[in-house]
Design a binder for this molecule. Structure first.
Ligand SMILES: [Zn+2]
Ligand SMILES: [Zn+2]
Length: 159
């Protein structure tokens, strides 16, 4: 029988205990509205600091409200930012440049950079600016290679 009366109280919002509960709910709602109105982290942090002060007076009740505020703020923050920018940038770089980068004919034969020179003297090997200079012009270059006359590299078509 007692169980029946309790469930009635919960449903009706008229019992004496519900005043306390609805007061808490109203308070939480006001806090949520404030947060969404100002919509910035500073506000949440201010509130957080304030609530922490109150914690010292109120004990566990205040603590749980701080926790719910903090988790709310951080989850909103994550939603707004989306996935970490670094990861997205990397993916975009890889998928965006796929037409050029995936064709080995366009690569330098030494370092896999984009080629800028084709050297007929090296069986039409392709070189990037840097590697061509190192292997054909610079102090490390073989003297025979210095005689090679490169052509500007013409990109192989993607298909
Ligand atoms: Zn290279
Ligand atoms: Zn060469």
């Amino acid at each position: 029988m007692a169980g029946v009366s309790i469930s009635t109280d919960r449903g009706g919002f008229e019992g004496g205990d519900d005043d306390e509960a609805s007061r808490l709910i109203t308070q939480l709602r006001e806090e949520a509205q404030l947060e969404s109105k100002y919509g910035n982290l500073d506000e949440a942090r201010m509130k957080d600091l304030h609530s922490r002060n109150e914690d010292l007076k109120k004990g566990m009740q205040g603590l749980s409200s701080v926790r719910s505020n903090a988790s709310k703020a951080s989850s909103t923050d994550t939603d707004g930012l989306g996935p970490p920018p670094a990861a997205v940038g990397l993916d975009e770089l890889r998928s965006g440049g796929i037409d050029d980068n995936e064709n080995p004919d366009n690569w330098c034969c030494m370092c896999n950079e984009d080629a800028t020179w084709t050297c007929p003297g090296c069986d039409n090997d392709n070189y990037c600016e840097e590697c061509f200079r190192e292997s054909h012009i610079g102090p490390e270059a073989d003297w025979e290679m210095k005689k090679h006359r490169p052509r500007p590299f013409i990109k192989a078509s993607a298909k």
